[in-house]
Ligand binder design. Structure first.
Ligand SMILES: Nc1nc2c(ncn2[C@@H]2O[C@H](COP(=O)(O)OP(=O)(O)OP(=O)(O)O)[C@@H](O)[C@H]2O)c(=O)[nH]1
Ligand SMILES: [Mg+2]
Length: 458
């Protein structure tokens, strides 16, 4: 058995590593995990070993070959009565006329009130449509706390959202609340649909709504200046009247969504990243790091960076790769690999750092995060916590002391088990993480909260 193999065997025996992976610790019931919309997230994990598994599951959607690779998850958000459900129905109707969706009428989307009361808001999510470029799963967002919890703790990331704002009212309290919600569930890109333009006479009113929306988007950390804004009438589109503000505007909206919201990349297509679980020194050869490859592909004799621990990455080259006890020329997403690093001393490397394609990730220690705080029944704390809470943060294989504060600095505020909360997380040493990264907060052997990085702050 070669020396790298020995390291990998040790790795396999160390249950510590896999146990601490966010997905494994997460005791929260994932509604999303059983949902079709999680298909993309799950598929990336399954694809490599069972390439056919998802196709059978698609049922009536078998015609959408490559479903999982390019499925984007979208949501409609916005103030009550501004037209979210009407717009969703109008989109399915318009795309259905091109053979790109099945039409769902308003009532099929707007589920029964008792269902809402029980909080099964996710069941309204079985909306799908295609554009010329993409396949979308769509949620008519309820803005319910359970839903936010599912998005924070679940496997699926929402790729983008359409915020609907009625031209007749302009932005309203829930417009703001839902933008915050979108940020909390990790949405990075938003498209605005200014609805009900049929009910507005004065073009200056539309300009005002646009101005206000751009400002509001920037306030919530979205790209207010560049965000596409489409003016139209969902009702006209649904009733097939006045195509210049109806059907044509749905086309414009679909175009905006296709171009502004990035296509989710498959793990294999992303830049290489492996979070280090173990570090070994092999006499006569050098330092080997091992772990599970999260994304991308690495060939032998390629330059990489070791990121984490400090802000400056360590540049090195991988001179040998071993996967599943065999020396090989490459390592790819899903593999457990050992990588031999040129000219690196063992003491310079620690578990929790990542091996990444040069320039693809940075180490930071300040993040805006969303968290779901576990209840005692879910294994969490009995009592809440407040400003300056200092737990242990588990992010990928990193395990760092952290400091949690409220963005508004309110030292009197407390978070209770069962809450969704937005906080600023500062880790003692910088860690490699991007928006969308999931992590866990633990203290005294229990998981206190599970979270999602929504913005990198430094
Ligand atoms: N004039 C006009 N009315 C519209 C338009 N779009 C929607 N409406 C009307 O606005 C009302 C609310 O529309 P919904 O689609 O239910 O609004 P919603 O945002 O889903 O509302 P909630 O789910 O209750 O938050 C309905 O009476 C719609 O017919 C439009 O383009 N023009
Ligand atoms: Mg609605």
């Amino acid at each position: 058995m070669s020396s790298i193999s020995r390291s990998l065997n040790l790795l396999a025996r160390s249950s510590r590593s896999s146990l601490l992976r966010p997905s494994a610790v997460n005791p929260v019931h994932h509604v999303f995990a059983s949902n079709k919309m999680a298909a993309r997230g799950l598929a990336t994990a399954f694809e490599r070993t069972k390439p056919h598994v998802n196709i059978g599951k698609m049922g009536s959607h078998v015609q959408f070959v490559g479903f999982n690779a390019d499925l984007s998850l979208l949501g409609t958000i916005g103030h009550v009565d501004h037209g979210k459900t009407t717009l969703t129905a109008a989109i399915t109707k318009h795309q259905a006329s091109k053979g790109l969706a099945s039409f769902l009428d308003y009532n099929a989307i707007d589920k029964a009130p008792e269902e809402r009361k029980r909080g099964i808001t996710i069941s309204s999510a079985h909306i799908e449509f295609q554009t010329n470029d993409r396949h979308y799963a769509h949620v008519d967002c309820p803005g319910h706390a359970d839903y936010i919890k599912n998005m924070i703790t679940g496997a699926a990331n929402m790729d983008g959202a359409i915020v609907v704002v009625a031209a007749s009212d302009g932005q309203m309290p829930q417009t703001r609340e839902h933008l915050l919600l979108a940020r909390q569930v990790g949405v990075q890109k938003i498209v605005v649909f200014v609805n009900k333009v049929d009910a507005v006479e004065d073009p200056e009113m539309l300009e005002l709504v646009e101005l206000e929306m751009r400002e509001l988007l920037s306030t919530y950390g979205f790209e207010g200046e560049e965000t596409p804004i489409v003016f139209g009438s969902a009702l006209c589109a649904l009733e097939q009247r006045r195509p210049e503000i109806g059907a044509e505007k749905i086309d414009e909206l679909m175009n905006a969504v296709d171009t502004w919201i990035p296509t989710p990349e498959r793990d294999m297509d992303k830049p290489f990243l492996m979070s280090i679980e173990e570090v070994f020194s092999i006499p006569g050869r050098g330092t080997v790091v091992s772990g599970r490859v999260e994304r991308g592909l690495l060939k032998k004799d390629t330059e990489v960076e070791i990121v984490g621990g400090s802000t400056a990455p360590i540049k090195t080259k991988v001179t040998d790769i071993e996967t599943f006890k065999k020396t090989c020329d490459e390592s790819r997403a899903g593999d457990n690999s050992g990588l031999l690093l040129r000219g690196i001393r063992r003491e310079d490397i620690r578990r929790g750092m990542v091996v990444a394609a040069p320039g693809s990730t940075k180490a930071t220690n300040k993040f805006l995060v969303s968290m779901y705080v576990l209840t005692e029944a879910e294994g969490g704390r009995r009592t809440g916590f407040g400003h300056n809470y200092r737990p242990q943060v588990y992010l990928r294989t990193a395990d760092e002391p952290g400091d949690l504060t409220f963005p508004d600095g309110d030292a009197s505020r407390r978070v209770q088990p069962g809450d969704n909360v937005e906080m600023i997380l500062e880790t003692h040493r910088p860690v490699a993480a991007e928006a969308g990264q999931r992590f866990n907060i633990r203290e005294g052997g229990r998981t206190v909260a599970t979270g999602l990085v929504t913005r990198v702050m430094t």
